[in-house]
Design a protein around this ligand. Structure first.
Ligand code: AQP
Length: 344
């Protein structure tokens, strides 16, 4: 198999209400990976418009996600932070991939089914083709590693299938142009971690999500200490005391979720958490969880607020990141055009 230099790529949609699931499932991993890898982190605004967005809110959300990246500790000078729409090559490669991916592959995507709901005929074509754009985001940098939450696993598998089919379909042309046996790497999903699927605080069977109509279902990164305390205190639980062993969390999704959140924020295992709180009632545990969540999320939220007063700085980070991303993406598109046989 061909060797590719390791490069990390991931994205977050600017669709408002950035929450604890996005933070623990993605952003914390982004921060960790920048110690060992070159990283490209993208605010995926082209993905956001697959569902209706209000222009002013979209702009504010793009800046909010950028501020969250920086506030969480991503260094935009050492790595690349930008918004997707500033690098046209994402959309250009997505078109090529629309012609590589098969309808049958996209028909299997569960996120489309969930987001389109019953009114599938009325969903945008963009929502349907979302996974081919996501594949382009990754492959336009020939990224090798993609940190995501568990909900993105299926899309990552599709990105691998697209790379594989492109490499196979154009194998002769790829080799003839000196790229060896494969042009695109098959990216590795990085899903492991303590909180790959944070659940709603109101319903332990549903993923914590930006689009949940109840704000009490999630902890937003912008929540202040009082709001965090109220939401944790109101979080759904059950009448039993906390178990002393992890096995005792089975069939208790709300308890499991809160213990998992505590463990992830405190960088412990669930068993460690139960070692401290097992046998006790939820109210003492929730008080400790409030203190922990405020201690961990508070500084990120305050820094986001401070940065949100400085649009000029945020926009300059995005422009600088986009300029650097464009150089890499343009090289890939030149290669892809040559491989496909386009005149350029
Ligand atoms: N609940 C979650 N637990 C763990 N990881 C999560 N992610 C999202 N929700 C959870 C991860 O966050 C990254 C950015 O997500 P996104 O904004 O690109 O897309 P999303 O999955 O659509 O986010 P939401 O919050 O779930 O929005 P809606 O309400 O629109 O469905 C991704 O790596 C994702 O896995």
């Amino acid at each position: 198999m061909a060797h590719f230099p390791e490069l990390v790529f991931s994205g977050v949609q600017p669709t408002g209400n950035l929450h604890l699931g996005n933070y623990l499932g993605a952003i914390v991993k982004f921060v960790e990976l920048q110690k060992t890898h070159s990283c490209i982190y993208c605010v995926v605004d082209l993905h956001a418009i697959t569902l209706p967005q209000k222009p002013d809110e979209l702009k504010a959300s793009i800046r909010e996600v950028t501020a969250a990246f920086i506030a969480a500790g991503i260094d935009p000078k050492k790595h690349i932070v930008f918004n997707q729409s500033q690098v046209a090559e994402h959309a250009e490669l997505a078109w090529v991939f629309n012609c590589v991916a098969r309808m049958g592959w996209l028909n299997r995507m569960t996120q489309f089914k969930e987001k389109a709901g019953k009114d599938r005929e009325n969903a945008s074509v963009g929502l349907y083709a979302y996974p081919t754009l996501m594949a382009a985001d990754i492959h336009v940098y020939r990224a090798t590693h993609v940190p995501v939450g568990e909900d993105q696993k299926q899309h990552l598998e599709l990105a691998r299938d697209i790379a594989q089919k492109f490499n196979n379909d154009f194998a002769e042309s790829i080799a003839a142009r000196g790229h060896g046996e494969a042009y695109f790497p098959l990216p590795e999903p990085l899903i492991q971690g303590p909180a790959t699927r944070v659940m709603s605080l109101r319903d332990g069977s549903k993923k914590m999500s930006k689009s949940d109509p109840s704000d009490y279902s999630r902890l937003n990164l912008s929540d202040d200490a009082d709001t965090i305390a109220q939401k944790v205190r109101k979080a759904k639980t059950d009448p039993e005391p906390l178990p002393s062993e992890v096995a005792g969390l089975a069939k208790r999704p709300e308890a499991e979720n809160l213990v998992g959140i505590f463990a992830a924020l405190n960088q412990q295992t669930k068993q460690d958490v139960l070692g401290t709180f097992g046998g006790g009632n939820f109210s003492a545990f929730k008080s400790a969880l409030v203190d922990l969540a405020v201690a961990k999320l508070g500084p990120v939220g305050s820094e986001m607020k401070r940065l949100s007063k400085d649009d000029a700085y945020i926009d300059s980070v995005l422009a600088d990141g986009a300029a650097r991303a464009r150089v890499l993406a343009a090289q890939t598109m030149r290669d892809v055009k040559d491989i496909l046989g386009f005149v350029r």
